[in-house]
Design a protein around this ligand. Structure first.
Ligand code: NAD
Length: 310
């Protein structure tokens, strides 16, 4: 396993991160015993960064991760989030952030997290994140309940504008750096890299679109993007390559990304990431993939308040 420093924090994170949203049954029912086996298998193979949120399965993912990490908490770096609690339930107030972390710590059976992130910041005003949410998170950091703090979201422009106004240790964006969309490299990286803000890339499988399995009903990508994903899967199959592994290796190879969060709930998922670490993309196949994707390349959907799109 390769490890990279997370921005200017002292954290050395595995370049494969365990994205725990599937533990909340977000992508379908998960068997608890298999989820525990996936967590163990990940740790045995050097995956040390785990990311979750109270939003995933409305606290179920945190409960399950807390259970799965019993006796192993010291082996991992644990990230959770605050501010988002349901599809349309957001509360980025000081009181909610403080209360939210206390509840997360109980579910995760720990007295601190290594990273606390404001979750999907485009759903409130940037002013609130800068003036209220991040100061409340810094206070929790001073109390030793969160070692580092960061922000997450879909809108790159909004993430950058917040990070320009208030110091953060990390920025997580999702579905913005993979085989279908890679504008994170043009928008977030040039801002974050010189400032040594840790860059976390989530959803290198475009939340399932690049796996060959039907994406979940809630998936925001329109039909033409899903079809392009299916074409990539077919093309890879013809070349005897697993599209998920190709997609993951594309993100792992980018040195500007400290860690790529992959949604996992089975040993098979974990094994897929481990295989991707060893695979070398055939340049000819990559060219063909980018040709297939060209008509939808960098397609993005609106998310959050209209003022924050981008
Ligand atoms: P993803 O792109 O990682 O896709 C997950 C899906 O792919 C699941 O169905 C999983 O079973 C499947 N999968 C995983 N590995 C596979 C493999 N090798 N072969 C075939 N299928 C495979 O999407 P995601 O889970 O949404 O994103 C990863 C993680 O990033 C999340 O779990 C979460 O921790 C984080 N995330 C954060 C935010 C945010 O903060 N706003 C948003 C999205 C994701």
């Amino acid at each position: 396993m390769e490890y990279r420093q997370l921005g200017q924090t002292p954290l050395q994170v595995s370049i494969v991160g365990f994205g725990a949203s599937p533990l909340g049954n977000v992508f379908g029912e998960v068997a608890p015993a298999e989820a525990n086996a996936a967590i163990d298998f990940a740790i045995e193979n050097g995956i040390n960064f785990f990311d979750v949120s109270p939003y995933y399965g409305r606290t179920l993912a945190e409960e399950r991760l807390g259970q799965g990490l019993r006796g192993k908490r010291h082996n991992v770096l644990l990230a959770t989030k605050c501010g988002r609690y349901g599809v349309d339930e957001f509360d980025f107030s000081r009181a909610a952030i403080t209360r939210g972390l206390e509840a997360s710590l109980k579910r995760l059976k720990t007295d601190h997290v290594d990273l606390l992130q404001a979750h999907d910041v485009e759903f409130t005003s940037a002013d609130q994140i800068v003036d209220e949410t991040l100061p409340a998170m810094r206070e929790l950091q001073r109390q030793g309940k969160a070692r580092h703090i960061g922000i997450t979201g879909y809108s790159l422009a909004n993430l950058v504008s917040i990070a320009a106004r208030a110091p953060v240790d990390t920025v997580l964006s999702y579905c913005r750096y993979n085989l279908l969309v890679n504008d994170m490299a043009d928008v977030l990286v040039p801002f974050a890299k010189p400032r040594r803000i840790g860059i976390i890339n989530a959803s290198a499988l475009h939340m399932g679109v690049l796996t060959g399995a039907a994406p979940p009903a809630w998936h925001p990508a329109p039909a033409h993007v899903r079809e392009a994903g299916a074409k990539v899967v077919e093309l890879c199959k013809r070349h005897g390559t697993d599209a998920s592994e190709l997609a993951l290796s594309y993100s792992f190879a980018n040195q500007d990304i400290s860690t790529t969060l992959v949604g996992m709930s089975t040993r098979k998922d974990v094994q897929g990431s481990l295989n991707a670490l060893k695979s070398n993309a055939d340049p000819e196949l990559m060219r063909e993939v980018f040709d297939v994707v060209a008509p939808v390349h960098n397609y993005t959907w609106p998310s959050g308040l209209a003022a924050n799109h981008g």
